[in-house]
Design a protein around this ligand. Structure first.
Ligand code: BDR
Ligand code: CA
Length: 318
């Protein structure tokens, strides 16, 4: 049976590729896309989610969510990384579909309650929608099958500050609520995603196989690639958000440790994620709140990339 997921996203070039995987993989039942500010404004995020589903020829519910962080002022969207339109500033076709009237948080609550114990929440943007869903229904912690978060960094260092990863930095207060809730959670952060580099040759294969959606994935990748060349000196892009789905279906490709997670919400280290390994004792219990999570600390990068390319180049079964 395919795993039912809700994909919470701020598309975003790497989000777009992950959405393509969620739309294509036979072992995933995509219940809906919920959108958040982050790489782009909330309206652009919702527009892109609708567009990507349309380009794949699929009718997928899209519910709009958080427009800003819970507490801190919103950072400007990183147009130099994803483009002002989130998809590398390429010309995009008009969309014909609309978002649901329901909020993202309400959509999450309703879907999980309709199928208790079955639904996996995969979140690859700032975490305001999951925090809001928890506030609407605190019992969600016992009703989701799992939460998979692309975000954070334990040993790798940050990508927007020396210590903070973008999704956590964009709303650290929401992240603190989500990462410390007592639900089964897996963190797929930079310790794993920076091991994975999608090279231009692999991307060309995906473009050829994905039709109209592939054209958008390929052209936006070209923009994103320039950022990686300048920022990290690599020829290719880290498919951060796709890694969350790879973990879901191929956890054997990751090295995981269990630990308690905390998020720094103020000061110089704002947005930093801290893991206290489950079996270690520290001077007091302040770093061991909530439930221990599964935290990805490494990944088999080439095997992850091979899985992504296989998924996006294998024709659907008839
Ligand atoms: C994360 O931040 C966003 O820019 C990407 O879409 C990804 O979710 C990587 O730090
Ligand atoms: Ca994202």
């Amino acid at each position: 049976m395919p795993t039912p997921i809700i994909f919470d996203t701020d598309p975003g070039v790497d989000d777009a590729q992950a959405i393509a995987i969620a739309l294509a993989h036979p072992d995933i039942e995509l219940l809906g896309l919920t959108t958040t500010f982050g790489n782009v404004t909330i309206d652009v995020a919702t527009h892109n989610a609708l567009l990507l589903a349309e380009l794949a020829g699929q009718s997928i519910p899209v519910a709009q969510g958080a427009a800003e962080p819970l507490v801190k002022p919103k950072n400007p969207p990183p147009g130099h990384i994803h483009g002002d339109n989130g998809l590398g500033n390429i010309a995009l076709p008009e969309i014909t579909t609309q978002a649901l009237k329901q909020s993202a948080a309400q959509f999450i609550v309703d879907q999980v309650n309709a199928r208790p114990g079955e639904v996996v929440l995969v979140a690859v943007g700032p975490l305001g929608n999951l925090a809001a869903a928890l506030q609407l229904d605190p019992g969600l912690v016992d009703k989701v099958k799992r939460v998979v978060v692309m975000g954070g960094s334990i040993r790798e260092g940050g990508n927007v500050t020396p210590v903070a990863e973008a999704n956590i930095f964009n709303d650290p207060h929401a992240a603190a609520k989500v990462l410390q809730a007592s639900w089964p959670l897996t963190l797929v952060g930079l310790d794993a995603t920076h091991r994975c580099v999608l090279d231009p040759q692999s991307m060309a294969r995906i473009v050829d196989a994905q039709g109209p959606l592939g054209k958008v994935l390929g052209e936006s990748y070209a923009f994103y690639r320039q950022f990686y060349r300048q920022a990290l000196g690599i020829d290719g892009c880290c498919p951060h958000d796709s890694c969350a789905l790879v973990w879901l279906l191929r956890p054997d490709l990751f090295t995981v440790e269990r630990g308690y997670l905390s998020v720094v919400t103020e000061g110089l280290a704002e947005g930093q994620t801290v893991m206290a390994p489950e079996r270690r004792e520290f001077v007091d219990t302040r770093w061991s709140q909530g439930a221990p999570a599964e935290v990805c600390l490494n990944a088999d990068g080439p095997a992850v990339i091979e899985w992504i390319v296989d998924t996006l180049t294998t024709p659907p079964a008839r």
